[in-house]
Design a protein. Structure first.
Length: 463
């Protein structure tokens, strides 16, 4: 596959900012795009000349950057052919990041399972299971038990919902993928929060959609900008409560004003994790056409792999029809256990919320002690905070952090065009002692980076 120079320029984003010579910044950025999978293995890059013109830089800068990548095994070149993307020998056979018992994994934003609660839910599910044995067990809409329990979850939040408004999926990510396959065609424009959840970006770009990023800043969502951008969009995807990665909550006044004239998917994966504010009203109360997706992955456990779509039955019918090419339904026992958890209101346990608050506090204290130059937005819910460094070092920090025993998700994964190079997302889903140790290690990484070291690790996956 050939990548055009303009596509590379878009992916590189603001590569010119930051310390060091331009060729080094360029090779660092290209290396991270390769390691991140945003430039595919085997792809051919534009010629040095074309890329230099598109970047508005000298051919020497591009040539030197390419040679560095060849020397380090990230590009292969042959006489008179364009450079081909590869990985250095041994990169893929190295132990996957995060599997080392000593490494603290801050790249995944999800809590460990609440053992007793989950155990009791599965015990109840196993008792109910035999009544499903008379049927074949394939159900593309999900079990009646879970569809009813999810409908009740919405009703408790003030949103009238019938079970036939619900289709059960294998997690919220699956819900998003199914909706994308149903609603998005190549070259469609999809409006996203910027920053946003990284797997949403990949889902839309793999569907060959074009992204319309609308900034979510420290002052939140801008209604006018959203409404202006949406005119060109075929779909909008928003995370109003609680936003990943910033942990912000869209204010009621914005919810009341917002009118988006295209199908709008609202991701409510974090909704039950309200830490400092009352539980927000569903956006669908104000915009009835909203398609909501959710799961219990953050409020209970990601390993359950259950989620849902709330939409009009006519849309669910279309989703049900695209589903069989990838899966034929969600495991029954997990659905029954999830129904128990929702009906017992265990997705918003006061103890869980209190634990998240103290972990968030431990993380904030560790940051102010060990990374005093780093600014953080105070999240009012969810499981992550968004940290801003004074310099654009995020990708290099993420590449080097595993050498110091910690993995993080770099800011640019949460945006497009290389944005957020000064940011990282930090989850507070680990015990306070581990969070403190992780931040100390991150501070060591930052110091090593300032001394001029470079990293070699493949960025960790995110969730
Ligand atoms: C905003 C958001 N949506 C969806 C997901 C995926 O959730 P699930 O595990 O239910 O597929 C995540 C997981 O990180 C998320 O943060």
């Amino acid at each position: 596959m050939k990548i055009g120079s303009h596509a590379v320029v878009r992916m590189l984003g603001t590569w010119q900012e930051g310390p060091g010579p331009a060729h080094q910044r360029l090779s660092d950025r290209l290396r991270l795009l390769i390691l991140d999978g945003r430039i595919s293995l085997g792809a051919t890059l534009p010629s040095e000349r074309d890329l230099a013109i598109a970047l508005g830089t000298s051919r020497t800068t591009v040539g030197t950057a390419f040679r560095t990548l060849v020397d380090h095994g990230y590009l292969a070149t042959q006489a008179r052919t364009r450079a081909t993307v590869r990985l250095p020998d041994g990169t893929t056979s190295a132990a996957p990041v995060g599997t080392d018992a000593e490494t603290i994994d801050l790249s995944i934003a999800a809590p460990a399972a609440p053992v007793e609660i989950l155990h009791a839910a599965f015990a109840a599910a196993l008792e109910q299971l035999p009544r499903h044995f008379e049927r074949h067990g394939y159900d593309r809409y999900g079990t009646a038990e879970l569809r009813e329990a999810v409908a009740r979850w919405y009703q408790r939040r003030g949103l009238p919902t019938r079970p036939d408004h619900i289709l059960i999926t294998n997690g919220a990510q699956h819900a998003l993928a199914l909706l994308t396959r149903t609603l998005v065609s190549p070259r469609d424009q999809v409006l996203i929060d910027h920053p946003t959840y990284p797997h949403a970006i990949t889902t839309f770009t793999q569907a060959r959609a074009r992204l319309l990023p609308v900034a979510v800043t420290s002052s939140g969502w801008d209604t006018e900008q959203l409404q202006a951008a949406v005119r060109a969009a075929s779909l909008a995807y928003l995370i109003p409560d609680f936003h990943n990665p910033t942990g912000m909550c869209m204010p009621t006044s914005v919810r009341q004003r917002l009118r988006l004239a295209c199908p709008t998917v609202v991701d409510e994966t974090m909704t039950d994790l309200a830490l400092d504010v009352p539980s927000p009203q569903p956006l669908a109360l104000h915009m009835p056409a909203v398609i909501s997706i959710g799961s219990v992955s953050k409020s209970i456990w990601g390993g359950l792999r259950t989620g849902w779509i709330r939409a009009l039955p006519s849309l669910l019918e279309r989703v049900e029809q695209v589903r069989p090419t990838t899966d034929l339904g969600t495991p029954v026992v997990e659905q029954l256990a999830t129904a128990v958890l929702l009906d017992k209101h265990q997705t918003r346990q006061p103890e869980t919320l209190q634990q998240l608050r103290s972990q968030r506090e431990a993380l904030r204290q560790a940051i102010s002690e060990h990374l005093p130059d780093v600014d953080i937005l105070r999240p009012v819910g969810g499981v992550t905070l968004w940290a801003t460094f004074p310099e654009p070092i995020s990708s290099r920090l993420a590449a080097m952090a595993p050498d110091h025993g910690v993995t993080i998700a770099a800011g640019p994964r949460f945006g497009v065009g290389g944005a957020f190079e000064r940011n990282i997302r930090l989850p507070y889903t680990l015990p306070p002692s581990q969070l403190t140790r992780a931040i100390r290690r991150l501070a060591e990484t930052e110091q090593a980076l300032a001394r001029g070291a470079t990293g070699t690790h493949t960025p960790a996956p995110t969730a």
